[in-house]
Design a binder for this molecule. Structure first.
Ligand code: NAD
Length: 470
């Protein structure tokens, strides 16, 4: 990867106007592996101007041209698969073997599916005597986090390209590397100058300027609820469209009739994957009181069997940073203070004397009122909660400010579906199902606004015009 000392705009690599740098730290080795410029507000202005200038021509391209480009980008990602794995794994800690399928294969599929989704959009419709047309929303600003950096890049950039938008992207301070590779891949695939622009930098500087910028028509953000609120406030005076993918505290109901061992294993692995730094993580496991003791024993066994490290057999790596490790350890201490029972884990860990690891941790005897059951911990920490009736389980599941994801494990699909329909969340995984790039993704309540991926994710980047006929 070249040009890490530059920004990408108007189809070329240029120096930042600033003189500050952001180090990229490998959280497994605690060493600096790269540094990129901390962009300035002036850099953002130049990138937005490039995106604005490119918009008329790009938004006028045909569906067929945009489909071909999306496929070419997906092919380019496939060709540089190993580099993408390394960029993500080395900067945020997900073990390479896991990152390959979890962090890279999925986003490549997602990019390809955006091409297919263009066949499903009704670009023009007749309603009464009106011709209703869908058009690209304009210049977009994208602000991303560090936990699934390529996934979040593709969910925004792929959909915006499909819709005919131009864009400026700001990766997380911690994980800019895959975005640099994507800039190269997209230029090689033939993305015209100015359509895609990359300005790494701090949230308070680059993110804030993008949110406020009068020439940015839409801001799409993924990250904490705190930053999501600040961005929406900064965007309000210019009345731009804002979509937000925020946090979660997702419930997982295991019914008394379910296969308990399979259901508990699924839940523990879901939380521990990516070291718990997954916004959809099923961090509140709800188990019938009659099976609670048995479920805690199974859960403890599963957690203790997971390999921590970065090798081929590792299930979970370090936390993404020492700050994140500290945050998670503080929540664990809080859980103990609140009276939850630590079943396993709970401590910082090192592998070969290094790394910001946290042991896979499970709390039992958690009540839904505790802070560890209400706030997003974003670490390998599972809360197990007992319920007395399935009605009560649904009540507990919905008693949260969030509504991003959820899951149900029942004895069959019909019974699982009955519960899935009652949960107020943007996703529900039934009986061990996995994430699908074919479906829209996003949250209810304080988990956000808008959807990413699928045809619905592309429509987020479109305006609707009604042309009235006489
Ligand atoms: P964050 O929300 O602070 O940062 C995410 C992105 O927003 C980064 O690119 C950051 O630079 C930018 N940003 C921050 N403040 C901004 C502002 N005022 N205006 C514009 N952009 C701004 O997340 P973080 O600091 O990386 O992590 C903090 C916590 O957020 C985590 O512990 C976790 O709980 C949560 N988080 C959630 C998700 C998710 O997908 N739901 C992802 C990452 C982090």
């Amino acid at each position: 990867m070249q040009n890490l000392d530059k920004l990408f705009f108007n189809g070329d690599w240029s120096a930042s106007r600033g003189n500050e740098w952001l180090p990229v730290i490998n959280p497994a080795t605690e060493t600096e592996i790269a540094r990129v410029p901390a962009g300035t507000a002036t850099d953002v202005d130049a990138a937005v101007a490039a995106a604005k200038a490119a918009f008329p021509a790009w938004s006028a391209t045909t569906i067929e041209e945009r489909k071909q480009l999306l496929v070419a980008i997906a092919d380019g990602m496939q060709a540089r698969f190993d580099e993408l794995v390394d960029a993500v794994s080395s900067s945020m800690g997900c073990p390479a073997a896991t990152a390959a399928w979890l962090q890279i294969e999925g986003p490549i599929e997602g990019m390809r599916l955006f091409a297919d989704s263009l066949d499903q959009i009704e670009i023009e419709q007749t309603m009464g005597n009106s011709l209703v047309v869908r058009e690209a929303v304009g210049v977009c600003g994208f602000i991303n986090p560090w936990n699934y950096p390529l996934h979040q890049f593709v969910g925004k950039v792929g959909a915006a390209l499909a819709a005919g938008c131009t864009m400026v992207v700001k990766p997380s301070e911690q994980t800019p590397l895959q975005d640099y590779l994507m800039a190269e891949i997209m230029a090689d695939a033939g993305v015209p100058a100015g359509v895609f622009n990359l300005v790494p930098g701090r949230g308070q500087v680059v993110g804030s300027r993008l949110s406020q910028h009068p020439d940015v028509d839409m801001v799409s953000f993924t990250g904490s609820t705190r930053a999501g609120i600040e961005i929406a406030k900064a965007a309000a005076p210019s009345v731009k469209r804002v979509t937000q993918e925020l946090g979660g505290k997702s419930p997982y109901i295991i019914t008394p009739e379910a296969d308990l061992a399979a259901a508990v294993r699924y839940g523990v692995e879901d939380v521990m994957l990516n070291s718990g730094q997954t916004c959809t993580a099923l961090t509140r496991m709800l188990v019938h009181r009659s099976q609670y003791q048995q479920a805690t024993e199974i859960a403890k066994g599963v957690a203790e069997s997971l390999v921590v490290g970065t090798g081929e057999d590792a299930f979970l790596g370090p936390m993404s940073s020492s700050m994140q490790q500290q945050r998670v350890l503080e929540y664990i201490a809080k859980g103990q203070d609140e009276g939850a029972r630590l079943l396993c884990g709970g401590k910082a860990q090192q592998v070969d004397g290094k790394g910001f690891y946290v042991e896979p941790t499970i709390f039992a005897d958690v009540s839904n009122e505790m802070e560890i059951a209400r706030e997003e911990i974003f670490g390998p920490v599972l809360c197990m909660i007992a319920y007395d009736s399935v009605e009560e389980a649904v009540e507990i599941a919905n008693d949260t400010p969030y509504g991003l994801s959820s899951a149900v494990y029942a004895d069959n699909e019909e019974n699982a579906l009955k519960l899935a329909r009652q949960i107020r969340a943007g996703q529900c995984y039934m009986n061990g199902a996995q994430f699908s790039y074919h479906a829209p993704f996003g949250g209810y309540k304080q988990s956000g606004n808008g959807r990413e991926f699928s045809v619905i994710g592309v429509e987020e980047f479109m305006e609707v015009k009604a042309i009235q006929r006489p």
